[in-house]
Design a protein. Structure first.
Length: 168
């Protein structure tokens, strides 16, 4: 994943729109979370190291999660990981309860926006299973994605505020 982020100079922005993801690296940690067992987050270290290296070189790493309330188990898990790991590594995260934005103002798929011009769509099944992706630098698509980013980011609640009210 690291070579994908290497060209990024200013900002890497990620929009997540699903309430559940089923990725192999999270399967065991998620099951431990559900069982109330502690996590050493070793499975997150590559990502956290990447975030730290990006922020050290001046790249802002931001993520917005559009989530349903009440939360799914996965949303609660991701919120805990965000508080314990992502934010500490330098990632800025906000949460937007789905009922606070019209679905027509969002995208169906998740994506990364790099330096306002490169869009990498990450495509998941409705169950959260990753099925592929596509990258484009089409200026019309990038412009639309910037509009979505700005709308979501403006309405979303910073992790520190959202987490203090919604984590267990």
């Amino acid at each position: 994943m690291e070579p994908f982020f290497d060209p990024c100079q200013r900002e890497a922005f990620h929009l997540e729109v699903l309430d559940t993801y089923e990725t192999p690296e999270e399967s065991e940690p998620f099951q431990r979370y559900l069982a109330g067992q502690p996590d050493d987050y070793s499975w997150m270290q590559d990502w956290l190291d990447l975030v730290r290296s990006m922020t050290v070189r001046g790249v802002q790493v931001r993520r917005a999660r559009v989530i349903t309330v009440p939360h799914t188990d996965y949303t609660r898990f991701a919120l805990k990981v965000a508080i314990d790991c992502n934010a500490v590594a330098g990632e800025e995260i906000k949460y937007l309860p789905r009922h606070l934005i019209d679905a027509d103002l969002l995208t169906t798929d998740d994506w990364w926006l790099m330096d306002d011009k490169t869009v990498a769509f990450t495509v998941f099944e409705p169950t959260g299973q990753f099925v592929g992706g596509a990258v484009t630098t089409d200026p019309r698509i990038a412009s639309y994605i910037r509009e979505v980013r700005d709308r979501v980011w403006e309405r979303a609640i910073p992790l520190a505020d959202y987490g203090s009210q919604n984590s267990k």
